[in-house]
Ligand binder design. Structure first.
Ligand code: BGC
Length: 756
């Protein structure tokens, strides 16, 4: 294995234990995520291994991602003495995330107290081609000694969730089986609430010059830890190879009694293929993804590599073969937000998939379709009709938001988002339309999308409250995207999207009545939608109140917002990020006009074609001065909307802030997992912002780019209406080519329409 060229690499030169780095070096394939801790399981490291969609509650407040047994443990002993890198002198060290090959490479030379120098080099990965397989391979060279090495492969069940917090700590599984299969070991965990079985089969090999070199193999059961050991006689200067094959299977995807046989069969098959073949298959599968997802920036290496880092992790989160999972706010990269799925997926991440890998986008939308009944139950429980999606979602679709948390100053606070952050329901409808518009996937629309769309529209109709005096429908007591303000009435973002959801439903209804009458009648029968009800829908949609002042062109974030104390942001820190204005009471943020994150501006991004440029400019100028960017979802939005309205002053800084959020840990919480919405935000800023990609009123794909000063060019690929387009933007040109699919496609380049 040879490492890829520099633009594909993220390198760590210093031997350190960093929980942020563990997130950055996570290996994931949409099915499993394993944090980038060291194989030796060093003190201070928090082991994290997750299976997408595998949640359990037990004593936790709500269902959470189960931190399952860690199985990438590996330790080396020299004449039975543990080669502990934290005790030895580290002579050379390097870990490299190779994004092209999707692997984590390690090189280390250490000298122990007896002066023995050992060199270890190799890599590990989780396969995208065979999602259950997680191979690793290292070579060991004793540079100045002969000895007996003991290679110990470890599967470690001594892990729990939220380990650092005694009050929140939960152990979600028991180890139900441990066996020594003579040619490998097997452990099985069973989750305590739902009794999911997680079977892990693993096998160790030690080779010298391609031949088995181990002379003594044994296994040990040590409580919740199981080891497989092989001894090998090593001589100075010779190199030995350690291969550790692992297959993981869970009862999410197979019958409980098939977990073990399946894991074993997959393990045997992988040993037969060998590490190199497994790697080739993985790299080929990854290559196909990179062909449609990579963005190349020339002239700015840091932007180029860090953007790629975001895309790498975002695509590592998706599993286009599993419709029962979606992507959590922290990816499969950590326990943050308990592995829950938010609007982050549909609004921030999904565009990346829609325009690069539509199959994965569809799978993500299917996750919501499979939970439509739960969303119906949720609406019903709260007294509405239609479907109300939960603010935080796991595997069953019930509301999973914890009721309690802590505020900025550490006080316990009631979390209201699960009760009243309703906009997620319209966000999902918005995502469905984005997908349909870009793909023309009518099969999906007719079988699944239309049903979700109509049921979400229906929810808004019944969520509206009629205000007789004003003769309007209101949506009161909500939280909009800006979570500094709770219990707001008529949040502009929520009301606008609710209205949009109902109005677009009417468009879809007319289209179906005309073009797909059979499917339409099947659908209305299924959901029990009569014409009289539609008359009511129309009445509500026409009268939903949108707080907007035509005199100054400002949308009011919610009713009464402009009456709040107005503290402007005047100071910025060294990263050009806002500093709290003086005299702010952090426990009463709802008293000020300051925002946590984009709200009105988010709306203007999503429904760009509905607002004229002047309105966008006025609102951008107003809200930008009041947005604190306390959510990582915010800077990317202001970067791209800045470009759209022609205010480029902070576009680059906001973009880099987003691109580096995990790499330099600029929010200080990368240890909790990937900022996955922000990874999608980098893509959107690059493509919708700098690339100036939008869809015009006639539905034509348009490009109106602007590049930051140091960028010479940017190249990317776009999937659009069953075609693949190659886009190249330089400082003074934009070129779009048809790479795959039928010709005859109109595209707008600045003011000119061309046919591809
Ligand atoms: C943000 C939400 C987001 C959530 C999960 C919160 O801090 O305000 O918009 O959905 O984090 O990323």
């Amino acid at each position: 294995m040879k490492l890829s060229a520099q633009q594909w690499l993220i390198t760590q030169e210093e031997f350190l234990i960093s929980s942020a780095q563990e997130t950055n070096f996570t290996m994931a394939n949409g099915y499993i995520g394993i944090r980038g801790t060291h194989e030796e399981m060093l003190p201070g490291e928090v082991l994290g291994t997750f299976v997408a969609g595998l949640y359990d509650q037990s004593e936790a407040q709500v269902s959470e991602f189960v931190n399952i047994p860690y199985f990438w443990g590996l330790r080396i002993y020299i004449n039975r003495q543990y080669l502990d890198p934290t005790v030895c002198k580290v002579l050379e060290y390097k870990r490299v995330l190779d994004m092209k090959q999707g692997l984590l490479y390690k090189f280390i030379r250490v000298k122990d107290k007896q002066g023995r120098i050992t060199k270890i080099e190799g890599y590990r990965f989780v396969s995208i081609a065979d999602r259950n397989l997680c191979p690793m391979t290292y070579t060991v060279t004793p540079e100045n000694y002969d000895a007996i090495l003991n290679i110990e492969s470890i599967m470690n069940g001594v892990v729990c969730n939220t380990e650092a917090d005694p009050k929140e700590r939960v152990k979600h599984f028991v180890i139900s089986k441990m066996t020594d299969d003579k040619d490998g070991i097997y452990i099985e965990a069973a989750t305590r609430e739902k009794d999911y079985k997680i079977g892990i089969a693993s096998s160790l090999q030690v080779l010298h010059e391609g031949k088995n070199a181990g002379f003594n193999r044994y296994a040990r059961i040590l409580g919740e830890v199981m080891t497989e050991n092989i001894e090998v006689q090593v001589t100075q200067g010779s190199t030995y190879t350690i291969n550790k094959y692992t297959a993981l299977v869970s009862s999410r995807e197979t019958a409980k009694d098939n977990v073990r046989p399946k894991a074993k069969a997959l393990l045997d098959g992988s040993i037969e293929l060998g590490i190199e073949v497994l790697l080739n298959k993985h790299v080929q599968a990854l290559d196909q993804l990179w062909n449609v997802t990579d963005i190349k920036i020339v002239g700015d290496e840091q932007a180029d590599v860090s953007l790629r880092f975001n895309l790498f992790h975002l695509m590592s989160c998706a599993n286009e073969d599993d419709e029962r999972v979606s992507i959590g706010a922290k990816g499969i990269h950590g326990e943050g937000y308990k592995g829950h799925v938010f609007w982050d997926t549909e609004i921030f991440m999904l565009p990346f998939f829609i325009y690069s890998n539509p199959k994965a986008a569809k799978t993500l939308l299917m996750y919501r379709y499979h939970l439509l009944d739960a969303a119906r139950d949720n609406a019903k429980k709260n007294g509405y009709k239609g479907a109300q999606y939960p603010w935080e979602s796991a595997d069953t679709g019930v509301e999973e938001t914890p009721r309690w948390g802590v505020d900025y100053v550490g006080n316990p606070v009631r979390i209201w988002t699960g009760d009243i952050e309703y906009h997620i329901t319209a966000d999902i409808a918005f995502a469905i339309r984005e997908y349909i518009r870009a793909t023309d996937d009518m099969e999906f629309f007719l079988r699944y999308g239309a049903e979700m769309f109509l049921e979400t529209a229906r929810f808004w109709v019944y969520r509206g409250e009629y205000n007789k005096e004003m003769d309007r429908y209101e949506i009161n007591d909500v939280i909009g995207p800006d979570e500094f303000h709770e219990h707001c009435n008529n949040n502009c973002y929520t009301n606008y999207l609710a209205k949009w959801n109902i109005e677009r439903a009417f468009e879809y209804i007319s289209m179906m009545q005309e073009q797909y009458p059979h499917e339409y009648s099947r659908l209305v029968t299924k959901i029990g939608l009569a014409q009289e009800e539609l008359d009511f829908w129309r009445e509500v949609s026409q009268k939903i109140y949108i707080p907007f002042n035509p005199e100054d062109g400002l949308m009011e974030q919610f009713e009464g917002y402009f009456k709040l104390e107005d503290k402007l942001i005047t100071e910025y820190d060294e990263n050009n990020m806002p500093v709290w204005p003086e005299g702010i009471n952090l426990a009463r943020l709802d008293e000020y006009q300051l925002l946590k994150q984009a709200d009105v501006i988010m709306l203007m991004h999503l429904l760009g074609e509905e607002f004229d440029m002047e309105t966008k400019r006025i609102n951008f100028a107003y809200y930008e001065k009041r947005t604190m960017h306390k959510s990582s979802l915010s800077p990317s939005l202001y970067s791209l909307m800045g470009v759209v309205v022609g205010d480029h002053s902070k576009a680059y800084e906001y973009f880099m802030r987003t691109a580096l959020v995990d790499l330099v840990d600029n929010q200080g919480n990368a240890w909790l997992g990937l900022h996955s919405a922000s990874t999608g935000g980098t893509w959107q800023t690059a493509v919708f912002g700098f690339g100036g990609m939008s869809i015009d009123k006639e539905g034509v794909l348009a490009f109106n780019p602007w590049l930051p000063d140091q960028w010479q060019s940017m190249e990317f690929t776009i999937a659009w209406k069953k075609r693949v387009l190659g886009v190249k933007i330089t400082r003074d040109s934009v070129d779009v080519k048809l790479k795959e699919g039928e010709s005859g496609l109109p595209v707008r380049l600045c003011d000119q329409i061309i046919m591809l």
